[in-house]
Design a protein around this ligand. Structure first.
Ligand code: SF4
Length: 334
């Protein structure tokens, strides 16, 4: 197979290599072999399908994954997540090859903040510090002062002087929650995540009535009326830790349902109920995260495609706000 002529065309059209795979292959074994041969590491987000979480070398949320990408000594990083996460890994490890199983694994939240519009928005607030949630493109990060994740957003804001004027983007729900917690008045970019905005207040209320002992836990990307019902609000890692440390036995979980795999593994005797969305589904999956499959991951590692590349200039600009986030996180012991 001539990859040099065929692969780019396939990738352009599909976003991934769609070559046939021998159905008798044990993909877990094959991926393990390839990882050793190529000195590759697989970093997977909690929202990935269970098979991918199980084969990954490191599973985490955005903060943990960035920290891992910054320190790995592997030659190849396979990023099982969405595009902005692979970009962040490339920015932090520019000399490594960063692969993403499906280039079309995007993010509805990152898409709500296009660089041209954000640039005009920023011009209206020239004396403001820009704090940008990691769920944004490299171009947007390059226009920011500090990046944050949902794990460290509160501490990042609190690390700034009380009178500092702040723009927070792109997630307005996370921004409003952080503003409330820190008592800061921030200018919010009006973006949101399709997965976290679709939870049904009515169905959650009914579910809570049917499970009166269940703790309702939610990610801060959820809307305020959902957060008001929550017993605990936290990042994906925060939610996982809460379920591990809590003495309660039942949890209704309002975030992408992929995290429930790790919750169940860590606490097999506890019950986890995905919070229902407004549509007819019983749980809430991110269609972008779920574009990655074990098959795509295998092909991507085997052929080392698709690869995520960024210009040197963009890397130089976007690495500064990410490093600032990592430094502040380290100061807070996060
Ligand atoms: S869950 Fe939301 S924020 Fe996360 S990748 Fe999917 S669309 Fe983006």
């Amino acid at each position: 197979m001539n990859l040099s002529t065929e692969a780019p065309e396939v990738l352009l059209e599909k976003g991934y290599l769609n070559y046939e795979i021998d159905p008798t292959l044990d993909l877990f074994e094959e991926i393990e072999k390839l990882k050793k041969e190529k000195n590759a590491v697989i970093l997977a987000h909690y929202y990935q399908e269970p098979d991918i979480q199980d084969i990954a070398d490191y599973i985490g949320d955005s903060l943990g994954l960035s920290q891992e990408a910054a320190k790995t000594d592997a030659d190849i990083i396979v990023f099982a997540g969405v595009h902005f996460m692979a970009e962040t890994a490339k920015i932090l490890s520019p000399n490594k090859k960063v692969l993403l199983p499906d280039l079309k694994a995007g993010c509805s939240l990152a898409d709500t903040c296009p660089p041209d519009l954000f640039s005009k928005f920023k011009e209206k607030y020239p004396d403001h510090t820009v704090i940008m949630y990691v769920n944004s493109t490299a171009d947007i990060k390059a226009m920011s002062d500090i990046v944050c994740t949902s794990t460290n957003a509160v501490q990042i804001v609190e690390s700034l002087p009380k009178d500092e004027k702040i723009i927070f983007g792109p997630d307005k729900n996370l921004g409003a929650w952080v503003a409330k917690k820190t008592k800061r008045d921030m200018v919010l970019w009006p973006g949101s995540c399709m997965v976290h905005e679709i939870f049904s207040l009515e169905k959650i209320t009914k579910l809570k009535n049917r499970h009166p002992n269940a703790k309702f836990i939610a990610h801060p990307e959820c809307e305020d009326h959902v957060l008001k019902l929550a017993d605990y609000i936290g990042s994906t890692t925060g939610l996982l830790k809460y379920t591990i440390n809590s003495l309660e036995q039942e949890f209704i979980v309002a975030t992408e349902s992929g995290i429930i795999h790790q919750m169940q593994k860590a606490s097999p005797h506890k019950t986890f109920i995905p919070a229902p969305p407004t549509n007819s589904c019983a749980c809430n999956d991110c269609p972008h995260m779920k574009r990655n499959t074990l098959e795509k991951l295998y092909l991507c590692l085997k052929y080392e495609l698709p690869e995520v590349n960024l210009s040197k200039e963009l890397i130089e600009k976007s690495v500064k706000p990410i490093k600032r986030m990592l430094d502040i996180s380290a100061q807070y012991g996060l």
